[in-house]
Design a protein around this ligand. Structure first.
Ligand code: AMP
Ligand code: ZN
Length: 731
């Protein structure tokens, strides 16, 4: 049913004016351009947040009656990004070589994946998805015009836009120079008149894919000119709205304005709408920071991609949003509830009072008109479910607003009604209920949930409805946490065991088994113990086998962490869960060959000693650490292969530092915390232990592990550089 819409005045925050402004379109067909994906890699869910914003904006405009023409380009030319131009890199080609495909195959594959992901998020296709590679002539003709009007110049077969010629350069971002580029690269390009000028055509002598002929020589276009040329072709010299993420504001959109306005002499875009970033672990999600998640990471955890859409809608698009799987799971629960409310209220015989619904739909519209306040819209939906609206009215409101939200209320309704109910079961239950034989009818009910995923909902008047439970509603019995901050610590609780052994279960399951078996074989009978196992990351089949093998054993406890968490955090999770008087942290490269436990505990009973382990390190200068392997002695650090301490010392020394995401050097940092609490570190190389190859180290690329180790070392040094006095203790 169509409800009348009252307030058609959309207000948007315009980056150009830094104000919320009333949206006045050029004509009734609103024209929007969205900077689309770069298709030599997967689009991550941060990118998707920005595309959800464009989708909400477009649907809002359609919802209030506008026609919309939407363009979202496909950047299928690797070197179009300015930073790549500067670095002379061609990422599509590099990716193609790596994957043994042609550059265009790579682009095609990622483009297809992108559309599949957008579809999973109910993002409607744009009217045009122009590919950069198919618009080189349009870009060249714009470049030509810019040279003719002296806004751009040719230098050594490259073409640069001369920013000082465009007086308004900087009006969008307030920037005129990219300081980081200036510092690193720009000085090295002697072809530019001014270091801030940017390339709009770059020539190259190399003979490779993705190179075009031009009057300046063979080469390829700049990134900004791509969007200027395609926006012009599909939307004209001036259009209404341009969207993107805030990182696009400078230099990309600033460059686009300079080129387009210099070419056509008109204001390029009236409203610039930029979405804030999705963060992960507090920093912008991006491939280079290795903190990105994809839609497939969501689906493989049996979470609905639309729960991610719901999560985005709960926050203003202008606010940074820190992504966690826990937040996503809560969003899934919220969405499930709303969908269920729609389902259970649908198809009632209640008559609709349009005026009553309109009071609510007006409120929802008002929130949307207020710079797309989707979180308010959602809270209005929730409130409506507790209001005096009847069943049909609630559904009416949900349908009305789902035009914009696209959370699939009605699709859910239809899907969950699609099932074959075993007829005898239905009849049996009905009969039992009529006879008030509730025990029997409840039995049917629970059997049905278990075997057919079908659930009965009973009403007080004796009616009931039957629903197929969706995959996303099945309660995931697997409880996971994503970091140590989600756990309450047991440190203040009194000891329950003599020993807590902490092990990490990662993908190297053979190492794990060798290690745990060597522990259980050698732990003396007169000690009580628990084994705390942290399963780090998703449960691949290999891990599941281990879990099933050990989960029923007494005093073996698992904590499932997902997504994978850092080296410091995972160890703290195990410390927080431990209840042993002595904690043994054992790396799975270790194989225990005898009773080491009693020997270590004897040493730990000396209250002056804080940490004991077989592999000690010494240093004179905090720079060079050498391993001690001859005799038992006091050292400056104990390595993570095996270290043991009394649980009670942690409240003094503190836990592992969690900004150490890679394990390397985390042990020296932890060791220094212990020394700083006035406790000694004892190395005992005589323990009966065998050290096998360290799988994480072996399987990490040498360049990566060097970088990660160095970063950690810097972290260590930054904190401890002025603590050299701790070293002299044992001399
Ligand atoms: P790219 O493929 O890097 O050009 O990014 C595509 C779109 O996603 C651009 O509009 C970016 O501004 C946006 N974007 C990139 N990273 C994020 C992020 N972490 N959160 C939100 N949007 C992002
Ligand atoms: Zn763009």
């Amino acid at each position: 049913m169509n409800l009348p819409k009252t307030d058609k005045n959309l207000y948007l925050f315009n980056t150009l004016t830094k104000k919320i402004e009333k949206f006045i379109p050029i004509d009734d067909n609103v024209k929007i351009y969205t900077c689309g994906p770069t298709v030599y890699r997967d689009a991550h869910i941060g990118n998707m947040r920005t595309y959800i914003l464009a989708d909400i904006l477009k649907k809002t405009l359609q919802h209030i009656g506008y026609q919309v023409t939407h363009v979202k380009n496909i950047t299928d030319v690797g070197h179009m990004r300015q930073e790549m131009l500067d670095e002379g890199e061609d990422k599509i080609i590099a990716a193609a070589i790596k994957e043994g495909k042609s550059a265009s195959d790579i682009a095609k594959d990622y483009t297809e994946k992108f559309f599949i992901d957008e579809n999973a998020l109910n993002i409607n296709k744009a009217d045009y998805h122009p590919k950069a590679t198919q618009h080189i002539s349009e870009m060249l003709s714009m470049i030509d015009r810019l040279i003719n009007s002296k806004m751009a110049y040719i230098s050594n077969q490259n073409v640069y836009f001369e920013i000082k010629k465009f007086r308004e350069y900087g009006k969008l971002s307030g920037n005129i120079s990219n300081l980081s580029t200036l510092n690193n690269n720009e000085e090295s390009d002697p072809n530019k008149r001014n270091p801030n000028d940017f390339a709009i055509w770059k020539s190259t002598n190399e003979n490779r894919e993705l190179i075009w002929e031009s009057q300046f020589g063979k080469g390829f276009p700049g990134w900004h000119i791509e969007c200027s040329a395609m926006a012009h072709k599909y939307l004209g010299e001036q259009f209404d709205i341009h969207t993107g993420g805030v990182d696009n504001i400078f230099p990309h959109h600033e460059g686009e304005i300079a080129q387009s306005e210099s070419t056509f002499g008109k204001k390029h875009v009236n409203y610039w709408v930029h979405g804030q970033h999705l963060l992960s672990e507090g920093i912008k999600m991006s491939k280079s920071k290795q903190n990105e998640y994809l839609i497939s990471d969501i689906s493989k955890r049996s979470i609905d991609p639309l729960a991610f859409r719901y999560l985005c809608l709960m926050t203003s698009y202008r606010t940074k949003l820190n992504f966690t799987f826990s937040a996503l799971k809560s969003a899934q629960k919220g969405l499930n509830k709303l969908r269920h409310i729609y389902w259970i209220n649908k198809n009632s015989n209640d008559a609709i009072n349009i005026d009553k619904v309109k009071m609510w739909s007006d409120q929802a519209d008002k929130a949307l008109m207020n710079n797309l306040n989707t979180s308010k819209v959602l809270s209005i939906l929730w409130q409506s479910t507790k209001s005096d609206l009847n069943k049909s009215e609630i559904c009416n409101l949900f349908e009305y607003i789902d035009d914009v939200l696209s959370l699939d209320f009605n699709k859910y309704y239809l899907n969950q009604n699609k099932f074959e109910l075993p007829n005898d079961e239905y009849e049996a239950r009905k009969k039992n209920r009529i006879l008030k034989n509730f025990d029997q009818s409840d039995k049917v009910r629970s059997k049905s949930i278990n075997s057919n995923n079908i659930k009965y909902y009973d009403f007080s008047n004796g009616d009931y409805r039957v629903k197929k439970i969706s995959n996303y509603e099945k309660t995931n019995s697997e409880h996971t946490i994503s970091g140590s901050s989600e756990l309450k610590s047991n440190l203040s609780i009194k000891d329950e065991y003599d020993i807590s052994i902490c092990l990490i279960l990662d993908e190297y399951t053979n190492d794990f088994e060798r290690c745990i078996n060597s522990i259980t074989d050698n732990i003396p009978k007169n000690f009580s113990y628990e084994i705390q196992i942290a399963i780090n990351g998703t449960q691949a089949d290999k891990k599941k086998i281990i879990i099933n093998k050990y989960k029923h054993k007494k005093n073996i406890f698992f904590t499932h962490i997902d997504p994978i968490c850092g080296a410091g955090s995972v160890r703290n999770i195990m410390i927080k869960k431990s209840l042993g008087k002595y904690i043994f942290m054992v790396d799975t490269s270790i194989e225990i060959k005898g009773d080491i436990f009693k020997v270590i505990i004897d040493d730990l009973n000396n209250m002056k000693i804080g940490l004991v382990g077989p592999y000690g390190l010494k240093t004179n200068d905090l720079h060079h650490f050498h391993e001690i392997s001859e005799k038992k002695e006091f050292v400056d650090a104990i390595q993570l292969y095996l270290l043991a301490f009394r649980r009670e010392i942690i409240s003094n020394t503190g836990m592992f530092r969690e900004n150490f995401r890679f394990y390397r050097n985390l042990d020296i940092d932890f060791s220094f915390q212990i020394k700083n609490a006035n406790l000694k570190l004892l190395s005992n190389p005589n323990l009966k232990i065998k050290r096998h190859t360290h799988s994480i180290w072996e399987n990490t690329h040498p360049k990566t592990r060097d970088e990660l180790s160095k970063d950690n070392y810097k972290r260590f040094l930054q904190k401890w550089k002025n603590y050299k006095h701790l070293l002299n203790k044992y001399k």
